[in-house]
Design a protein around this ligand. Structure first.
Ligand code: TRP
Ligand code: ZN
Length: 878
């Protein structure tokens, strides 16, 4: 919320600062309502800066106490201070010291950016532009400096004092009940990586020795009482450190690595140098309160933040347009880590589900933007699925194109060439080009052109000539701000599947760049002819989801079922099932009776019982596409009630038809006596719950009892939450009783109650908004804590499609109402919520009208909007 009319920030306007900050010394005198920050900057004029050039520093909601240059307080006419800028008119010609004293109020900081209090713990969140809420500074990623930080606080309430780098000195402040700690971070860093924590925290510690023998102290700090829930995150951290040494040759570079978990946090976690700060959801776990998905999420996020130490911190971004340089790459790295630690095909499926459910919708609506955008109004709005998840797909494609060795060579060169730099995507790509003597110009378009390409494939077999011809076309529809599109370089991993399920080999091929099982598209259209094909194949295209495109194969249902059963690529077996389900569901939504439905259900039964597939895979294979995914596929004039009805009816039909199969499987899958969060056990639990959910969909007395017993006997959160969800969604007998029992058991554990809130938010109801309003009154809910809001409101917007898209517009009006309410306290959270309007134009006329009115209502409200919310609403209405 910086100014009335936010300006457009453009990449082309990028300029270096006129001054460099050689070092920073900070002193924090922490008090809940009036913290004093003394900042001493050593500044020097950069080459090419004229003497006397203005020094303009960023601020946000700051109170200036004093300003001095080289020890002398500045006269009033020598500077200009506002809430958002500090301008020094005539700085000394050479190196000089600027001392700025500001006051901030951590208690009043409800935005959770800058310095704030979370349950009595002082903590900071500086990415992207939070440091300017602490002191006046060049708050931009290309200004790197060496930080020394002294933290002073009341000793009794804040025994732990932390900042970045290595600890230097601690002591009492004489004559007071306060103490101090000094931290020094030798690695130059931008301000967004600064962090400070002070509070009364419990700590779990381990010792780690790096590959080259350097000892590191690992500490995880949590609120007291939570220290027995850190085993899994510590284990994940140690495995991440080992993995990065082995796979990328990257070692840790400080004496200590500290993690702090706080309960009030806008995002998942933050990679501050040597002091990662986490949303406690991604640190705390035990079997009673965390699901298998939570364990996986913790492993991933701990790894992600740790991996940032090299991809983000040692090499940072030149400006925020380059955000994908650190985020896309680091997501790719955490995905690879989890793939190595767990099942690679299952992890790939999970990542593609995430991409298709979060990034595809973004790319097919008004919020579509390139992975590397060229303009924005509010940077907080660009921490998107496109930057993160599509960004990771682009790195994955580089690896696919270059192969593992070529990729590693490029990464090695990147670390060697750019360590210590604030870098760009162009720098990154250049390393792969130089290390492999290759031109990636066309490939780079993926960073600049937005939108999801559609790839159409049609094949024909000539038995006499023994040739198989594939006609491939890429279609790139216009996206906001980009009317003309050029063809992408698209790597398509493929196989030509012969009648017995094995891939056929070809003697020669023409029409595109083909290397083994990799076919690369570079033009709008290709006709690819394979020679020496002895029998008619079924093409299996885009194996492992080798590019982030929408594939349309036009394959018959018979051929899809064939792939679902026989493809050697597990990803495409899963994809074939998904494609079929989506086609059938769309026809069912239109009220048609789809051909091939019975055959498909039969094939699904086979997949469920196929012992050659691991349990987790089968759990995913049986999963119907979400209502949102179906809506996106339909694309226009969507009636969410019709989708919900069709999907419910189809679930029920599958449940009834395969009842015996699911029951047998459910009974046969036995779990080890003691809970373990490992991938194999988690996969079994997931498959068992998937069976139970189809049985639940059949809505028999027996299945209701089975679900209730599953709930009652659960010795872990996955089973308890899974069974509760089935009871509530299918409105089975015992649902209300189970909701009560869950509440009773977990009422004192906020993270567990978040699950309860999100299930309750999804419950079918005649008046969903009224139900949500009632839930906001529940003691477990709070408008002050983002996790509670994401659970309840996010659960409603993302998980209760009928309710949010109710034809009477009540869901839309409610979202408008809470957006306005939240915007007053936490614009980042408000903006994340309002993004749920993103695909409103796909709805039918009745709903479109209601959504548009609700969006306009936000703009017209008698209230100053944040740039965060305003930018999203304006893009939606554009
Ligand atoms: N860099 C963080 C990550 O690991 C993202 C993040 C955490 C963030 N907190 C934030 C971004 C607050 C913007 C605002 O992905
Ligand atoms: Zn990140």
């Amino acid at each position: 919320m910086r100014s009335e009319t936010a300006q457009l920030i453009k990449l082309q306007d990028y300029k270096e600062t006129p001054y460099a900050i050689d070092s920073v010394s900070l002193v924090f005198k922490l008090k809940p309502e009036a913290t004093e920050v003394v900042s001493t900057l050593t500044l020097s004029r950069r080459d090419g800066t004229e003497a006397g050039t203005l020094l303009e520093l960023d601020g946000d909601e700051l109170t200036l106490v004093s300003v001095a240059v080289d020890g002398v307080a500045l006269a009033q006419e020598a500077y200009q201070a506002s809430a958002t800028k500090l301008i020094i008119h005539n700085p000394p010609a050479d190196t000089f010291q600027l001392e700025v004293v500001t006051k901030v109020n951590p208690t009043a900081n409800t935005k959770l950016e800058g310095l704030y209090l979370s349950k009595g713990i002082y903590c900071t969140q500086c990415e992207a532009e939070g440091f300017r809420r602490i002191t006046y500074y060049y708050d931009r990623p290309d200004v790197l400096s060496v930080f020394t930080t002294r933290v002073e606080a009341d000793k009794a309430s804040n025994p732990i004092l932390l900042s970045n780098g290595n600890p230097q000195e601690t002591g009492d402040i004489e004559g007071t009940n306060r103490h101090f700690a000094v931290w020094h971070d030798p690695h130059p860093k931008p301000a967004y990586l600064f962090a400070l924590v002070a509070g009364d925290l419990a700590c779990t510690s381990e010792k780690y020795t790096t590959a080259s023998g350097k000892p590191v102290d690992l500490n995880i700090f949590v609120e007291k009482g939570n220290e027995d829930r850190t085993d899994w995150s510590m284990d994940s951290l140690i495995r991440s450190m080992r993995w990065d040494e082995k796979v990328f040759g990257r070692e840790y570079d400080l004496d200590v690595f500290n993690i702090v978990a706080v309960s009030a946090f806008n995002m998942g976690a933050m990679e501050n140098k040597g002091l990662n700060i986490f949303n406690d959801k991604y640190i705390l776990a035990d079997s009673d309160t965390a699901t298998d998905t939570d364990y996986e999420g913790i492993e991933t996020v701990v790894a992600h933040e740790y991996f940032h130490n090299w991809t983000g911190n040692r090499i940072t971004c030149r400006e925020w347009f380059q955000l994908c340089l650190k985020e896309g790459l680091t997501v790719f790295r955490d995905q690879e880590f989890s793939s190595d630690e767990r099942s690679r095909p299952v992890k790939r499926i999970a990542d593609v589900i995430r991409l298709k459910s979060r990034q595809f919708p973004e790319d097919q609506g008004p919020l579509s933007h390139p992975v590397r955008p060229t303009e924005y109004k509010e940077i907080n709005n660009f921490y998107t699925a496109t930057v993160y998840d599509k960004g990771a797909e682009l790195v994955r494609m580089i690896k696919t194109i270059l192969g593992a060795d070529g990729f590693r060579k490029g990464m090695d060169l990147y670390f060697e060439r750019h360590d210590g730099d604030a870098s760009t995507i162009e720098d990154f790509i250049k390393c792969f080009e130089d290390a492999n003597a290759l031109d990636l110009t066309q490939f780079s378009r993926w960073y600049h052109q937005s939108g999801t390409p559609v790839v159409k494939a049609r094949g024909s077999y000539d038995a006499a000539a023994k040739t198989y011809t594939l006609d491939l076309a890429q279609i790139n529809a216009p996206t906001p701000g980009q009317t003309e599109k050029k063809p992408f370089f698209i790597p398509v991993r493929f196989g030509l599947v012969g009648p017995n399920g094995d891939d056929l080999s070809y003697s020669s091929v023409e029409g595109a760049q083909v290397n083994g099982d990799l076919l690369c598209l570079s033009e709008d259209k290709h006709t690819v002819v394979f020679h020496g094909i002895g029998s008619k194949p079924v093409p299996s295209l885009l194996r492992e989801f080798s590019a982030p495109v929408k594939l349309e194969t036009g394959l018959s249902r018979e051929d899809q079922i064939f792939l679902m059963r026989h493809d050697v690529d597990p990803f495409n077996r899963w994809q074939a099932a998904q494609t079929l389900m989506t086609e059938l569901l769309i026809e069912l939504t239109r009220g048609e009776e789809p051909a091939g439905k019975e055959a498909f259900i039969e094939a699904l039964g086979h997949m469920a019982e196929d012992e050659s597939l691991d349990h987790a895979f089968r759990g995913f294979g049986l999963m119907l596409p979400s209502e949102q995914a179906i809506a996106l596929e339909i694309g226009a004039d969507v009636d969410t009630d019709a989708i919900g009805d069709a999907r419910d009816a189809f679930s029920k039909e599958i449940g009834v038809t395969l009842y015996d199969t699911f029951k047998r499987l459910y009974n046969e899958l036995d779990m080890p006596a003691a809970f373990s969060p490992d991938a194999i056990s988690a996969g079994k639990r997931a498959l068992k719950l998937r069976c139970l959910s189809y049985l639940g969909a059949a809505q028999t007395e027996e299945s209701a009892a089975l679900a209730k017993t599953h709930f009652d006997n659960a010795d872990n959160m996955s089973d308890r939450m899974g069974a509760l969800t089935i009871l509530v969604i299918w409105q089975l007998a015992g649902a209300q009783e189970a909701l009560k029992a869950f509440e009773e058991r977990h009422k004192d554990t906020a993270l567990a109650m978040d699950k309860w809130l999100s299930i309750a938010a999804r419950a079918p109801s005649e008046d969903s908004v009224a139900a949500i309003r009632t839930l906001t009154e529940h003691p477990a809910f709070s408008w002050e804590n983002p996790n509670r809001i994401y659970a309840l409101i996010g659960g409603f917007l993302g998980g209760n499609t009928r309710g949010f898209h109710a034809a009477d517009g009540s869901g839309y009006n409610y979202l408008a109402e809470i957006t306005l309410q939240l915007d007053k306290t936490n614009p980042q959270v408000a903006s994340r919520m309002v993004k749920s309007f993103g695909n409103w134009k796909n709805m039918n006329a009745e709903r479109r009208e209601k959504a548009k009115a609700a969006l306009q209502g936000i703009l017209e409200a008698d209230q100053q909007l944040s740039t965060d919310v305003k930018e999203i609403v304006e893009l939606c209405l554009d």
